[in-house]
Design a protein around this ligand. Structure first.
Ligand code: UD1
Ligand code: CA
Length: 454
């Protein structure tokens, strides 16, 4: 017996007021639909069917996942009609789980339980108790508290409208039975739609067992119809991510001002100041401190490294005991060895900085290999690009690059060499020398400044 999941994603999402299909709108940087798909994978689903309609090409391109079987619903005639599109592809022996592309935070544990309790030949249904059930389908029970049907808001009588147990839409059923019930659906109701919810009544009529479960957290079953709801779920999700880090021994100075858009591994005793954004895959080792407003993407930050505020680090590997920023930018393929210092307004790209080396102020280091204990003065620029090709700059251990120097690549600066401030170095420099290219200073006594001609 396998598990087939049907994800409904054919709705238009008009209230998003977007040219992008609703299910592609991201939560934590990832399309809502992808969240649901990833949860299905965590359940080890054998088949994942996505029922699409509006913006189908765009959705398939954006999701581009071989494990998905795409099923088109040409016209949106209701949730029951949407699930019925998958009927030909469902194995009679399977369990079928119905999910929604715009209900992104549904959790593995909740679904795992729902599948566990699904009675053979019957249905397990995820319901929720709400103070204000307006708009939702109501769960109708008999005197023995058995579920006998679901009635939609628009079809409910005044008595049923008082029921505050609502349908989340999420359910698990046995495939063969579900297919039979889908075949019985009609659109004879207030909205003229084929309601998936009617299968509950059919199952009850067939004396099949219908059991219910509820989510651990209400936001798991909240759908997104507009940008307000999208923003609310984004914050809810981010707060959950923050809680996990706090439990793991990370200090977040404000868990409400932390954003994770990817995966992060953070050791205990790391501190994140406010407004840190983490994207892609990031590892931060113990004792590191990430200052306010830093963006870390696909990078590794070593032990006890201090990243001062407003620094942006992308695809870089940073060793331990380094100091970075404030206002530093580490671009892809940068490697900082232990105890390296990168200061304010310094950009480093595709370069290695050896341990104990310092690039502290206003510099550009690109395509470079810098050894150990090198000091790169303020305003130093590696001229790595000749307009057509990139070239390498090599600076050996112990070298000292005076302020405002230009190193025109390809060029090598020798061990312990000293470059005088303001030099333009276009040829290799030997070990242990002072090299200086600036014009000799001269004085012109009694110099008269020009005066304005009237
Ligand atoms: C549905 C349930 C209602 C439940 C509520 C929970 C039905 C008849 N009603 O109502 O009991 O309380 O969800 O939010 O199922 N969709 C398609 N194709 C269609 C129609 C819908 O793919 O033809 C998708 C939509 O994109 C959406 C989902 O199904 O993701 C739900 O559809 P929607 O019309 O919003 O259902 P509700 O009226 O909210
Ligand atoms: Ca509707």
């Amino acid at each position: 017996m396998g598990l087939s999941v049907v994800i409904l994603a054919a709705g238009q999402g008009t209230r998003m007021r977007s040219s992008m299909p609703k299910v592609l709108h991201p939560i934590a940087g990832k399309p809502m639909l992808q969240h649901v798909i990833d949860t299905c994978k965590s359940l080890r689903a054998d088949n994942i069917f996505v029922v699409y309609g509006h913006g189908g090409d765009q959705v398939q391109q954006a999701i581009n996942d071989d494990s998905i079987q795409w099923v088109k619903q040409e016209q949106q005639l209701g949730t029951g009609h949407a699930v019925a599109q998958v009927k030909p592809f469902l194995n009679d022996q399977d369990k079928v789980l119905i999910l929604y592309g715009d209900v992104p935070l549904i959790h593995h544990d909740t679904l795992f339980e729902l599948l566990e309790i699904q009675p053979a030949g019957g249905i397990s249904l995820l319901t929720n108790i709400l103070d204000d059930p307006t708009g939702y389908g109501r769960i109708v029970r008999d005197d023995d508290n058995r579920v006998i049907g679901i009635v939609e808001q628009k079809d409910a009588n005044s008595h049923q409208l008082l029921i505050n147990e609502v349908n989340t839409g999420i359910l698990a059923a046995s495939s063969a039975e579900l297919k039979g019930w889908l075949g019985q659906l009609s659109s004879d109701n207030a909205q003229g739609e084929f309601y998936l919810t009617d299968v509950i009544g059919f199952a009850a009529n067939d004396q099949r067992e219908i059991v219910t479960a509820s989510p651990n957290n209400s936001n798991e079953v909240e759908g997104v119809n507009n940008r307000q709801q999208l923003a609310a779920l984004e914050r809810a999700y981010q707060l959950q991510c923050a809680q996990v880090l706090l439990e793991g021994g990370v200090t977040l100075l404000d868990p409400y001002r932390f954003d994770l858009r990817g995966k992060v591994t953070i050791d205990p005793d790391v501190t994140l100041d406010v407004n840190v954004i983490i994207e892609g895959t990031v590892v931060i080792e113990s004792g590191a401190y990430i200052g306010a407003n830093c963006v870390l993407k696909d990078c590794h930050i070593g032990k006890n490294t201090l990243v001062k505020p407003n620094s942006v680090i992308e695809q870089a590997v940073v060793g331990s005991d380094c100091t970075i920023g404030p206002f530093a930018r580490l671009r892809p393929d940068t490697v900082l060895h232990n105890d390296a210092h990168i200061g304010n307004f310094v950009e480093v790209k595709k370069s290695t900085i050896g341990s104990g080396s310092k690039v502290n102020h206003l510099a550009y280091i690109g395509d470079s290999e810098i050894g150990q204990r090198v000091n790169v003065g303020a305003g130093t620029i590696t001229c790595n690009y000749d307009g057509a090709n990139k070239h390498k700059t090599i600076i050996k251990d112990g070298a000292f690059i005076g302020s405002d120097s230009q190193l025109v690549a390809p060029v090598t600066i020798g061990f312990n060499a000293t470059i005088g401030a303001g030099s333009t170095i276009a040829k290799d420099v030997s070990d242990d020398v002072l090299c200086i290219t600036r014009v000799k200073q001269k004085e012109i006594p009694g110099w008269q400044r020009p005066v304005k001609s009237k």
